[in-house]
Design a protein around this ligand. Structure first.
Ligand SMILES: [Zn+2]
Length: 65
């Protein structure tokens, strides 16, 4: 069962994939904001500050679970 999460940036509700974990970064399908998952039950997100673009870090726990 999928949960709905509210984008804190635009207020839109969208589906949160059930394989997401806390601290995962997701993107709002409506406004494209980066959101970090801070809670799964109930699903909650907070905005991610775009201080740095870190595409190359976190290699060890991205798709290795
Ligand atoms: Zn949004």
């Amino acid at each position: 069962m999928r949960e709905k999460v509210e984008c804190i940036s635009c207020g839109e509700y969208f589906d949160l994939d059930e394989d997401r974990n806390i601290d995962d970064i997701i993107y709002c399908p409506e406004c494209g904001s980066q959101l970090k998952i801070i809670s799964l039950n109930p699903p909650e997100v907070e905005p991610v500050e775009n201080e740095n673009l870190r595409e190359d870090l976190d290699e060890d726990n991205e798709e290795d679970l």
